[in-house]
Design a protein around this ligand. Structure first.
Ligand SMILES: Cc1ncc(COP(=O)(O)O)c(C=O)c1O
Length: 458
């Protein structure tokens, strides 16, 4: 017996009859972004999914009000997507995209660029939103260097921004809990815009708030402070999602666009949540009417089925890299699994589902209904704000003294066990983003269940 086989013999044998809820069975998984001990004391297991629902191991349906993790835009286990993945797994399990290629990667790129429309002309693939963000930041710095402005290395992010968990993403991001542990190891040349959340001015806004465009003027101050010649890029989420759905004030993104264009700074939109139909058009920038230079996507790119992310680049950026000897690699960056055949097949099939069923416009069609339903919670116990855009929404609760997040956690657990609905929480904000196939009756069901939960918790 070799050493590894000996270790296997010593390991406890898997018990197929094990109780899926037993705490001992759960200890080996170090869960991401989870209070592990709290979760394992009260596990919430999902065993299967279909359409708008998850099912627990006992078969109890859970209405999915969050599209998994903002990603399952086409609904769960859609047959054409599942079949495309299975077909790809059986015909081309893996193909490198370093110095090689496979047809689906090129076909998907053509289709994605067509969906984004001009001026976007190239797509660079990653395996996650975090990698897409770090790739976009590196692309911005490398672009300026290729243009002879190698001193432009500073990056500007935003307070409360969530741009994934790579060192680039947490450096430009603005969520203190994600940064503080690594504060000595963050990228050095980074500054931040203020966030746009202000309950005194904007509580219960429907869609984009009227107040707050002036917050983009802070960029002018940062440009004066650091000098435009040192700044490579500004990165923001068009709608800040993970921090609790902060909708951009009217005119705010336009101002960022004007200032970045004036000073030769690239504007990057992090569309990992807003991409693929979440706010009413294929991409958030199309709905909000402001065109960035680069934008990142992931999640909805294949409805969450196979890990994949991407960076879209506008015309001229790729061309700037295409200099020097033809035999030299133009951008020393990429991932083993960039444009993985299964992820590409899943994305191609997902695009077909989105287009055949009109899902990329559906959030726009349902936005008014969703808005009215969510705002009916105004006046419900604990609620201090409701906000929404497309099929994104947040209900902010008053925090318990000295226990930020405790009330929303209680709501999340009660919603799961007592009402059979999955909602997300961040601090004391409940965030929702149902799959784009949600019906009006299911919107009523989500809001009705949430209302009962809020009325019941202390
Ligand atoms: C705006 C934004 N950027 C980046 C990410 C990171 O994506 P991933 O978790 O796939 O790395 C997320 C994830 O929620 C996100 O919302």
């Amino acid at each position: 017996m070799n050493d590894i086989a000996k270790l296997g013999a010593l390991a406890p044998q898997a018990d197929t009859q094990a109780d899926p809820h037993s705490q001992a069975d759960l200890s080996a998984f170090w869960m991401p972004f989870t209070a592990n001990r709290q979760y394992k004391a009260q596990p919430r297991l999902l065993a299967r999914a279909e359409g708008m629902h998850y099912y627990t191991p006992e078969g109890r349906p859970i209405l999915d009000a969050t599209a998994g993790l903002w990603c399952v835009n086409a609904g769960h286990c859609r047959k054409p997507i599942v079949e495309a993945i299975a077909q790809a797994a059986g015909s081309l399990d893996f193909a490198p995209t370093f110095q090689m290629g496979h047809p689906a990667a090129f076909e998907l790129s053509r289709r994605l660029v067509a969906l984004a429309g001009k001026p976007f002309s190239q797509v660079f693939y990653t395996n996650s939103g975090s990698e897409a963000v770090d790739s976009a930041l590196k692309m911005a710095i490398a672009y300026h260097r290729a243009r002879g402005e190698g001193q432009r290395t500073r990056l500007i992010g935003r307070e409360r921004g969530y741009n994934g968990v790579g060192f680039g993403g947490i450096s430009v991001g603005g969520i203190a809990a994600n940064r503080k542990t690594f504060s000595g190891a963050l990228l050095p040349a980074v500054d931040h815009l203020p966030h746009t959340h202000d309950l005194a001015h904007n509580a219960y806004t429907r869609g984009q708030p009227q107040w707050g465009a002036h917050l983009a003027d802070e960029l002018e101050r940062l440009i004066t402070l650091h000098d435009a010649s040192t700044i490579a890029a500004v990165i923001v989420e068009p709608v800040a999602g993970s921090t609790g759905v902060l909708v951009p004030p009217v005119g705010y993104l336009q101002k960022l666009r004007e200032l970045t264009a004036k000073h030769g700074i690239l504007l990057i939109f992090d569309e990992v949540i807003t991409g693929f139909g979440r706010i009413g058009k294929p991409f958030g920038f199309q709905q909000l009417g402001v065109v960035p230079d680069l934008f990142t996507v992931a999640k909805g790119i294949n409805s969450g089925t196979v890990p994949m992310g991407a960076v879209f680049a506008r015309e001229g950026i790729y061309d700037t890299f295409m200099q020097g000897p033809e035999a030299s690699i133009e951008f020393f960056h990429g991932y083993t699994y960039s444009a993985h055949p299964l992820a590409c097949a899943a994305s191609l099939a997902t695009l077909d589902v989105y287009l055949d069923e009109g899902l990329l416009e559906r959030a726009g069609e349902l936005a008014g209904y969703w808005e009215d339903a969510l705002h009916s919670l105004k006046g419900t116990r604990h609620v201090i704000d409701v906000r929404n855009i497309g099929l994104m929404g947040a209900v902010e609760l008053e925090s318990r003294a000295g226990a930020v997040g405790a009330r929303a956690y209680e709501a999340h657990v009660k919603a799961f066990f007592d009402e059979g609905v999955m909602i997300r929480y961040t601090g004391d904000i409940i965030a929702m983003s149902p799959p784009l196939i949600v019906s009006k009756a299911q919107i009523d069901e989500i809001v009705g269940k949430l209302g009962r939960v809020l009325a019941a918790i202390g």
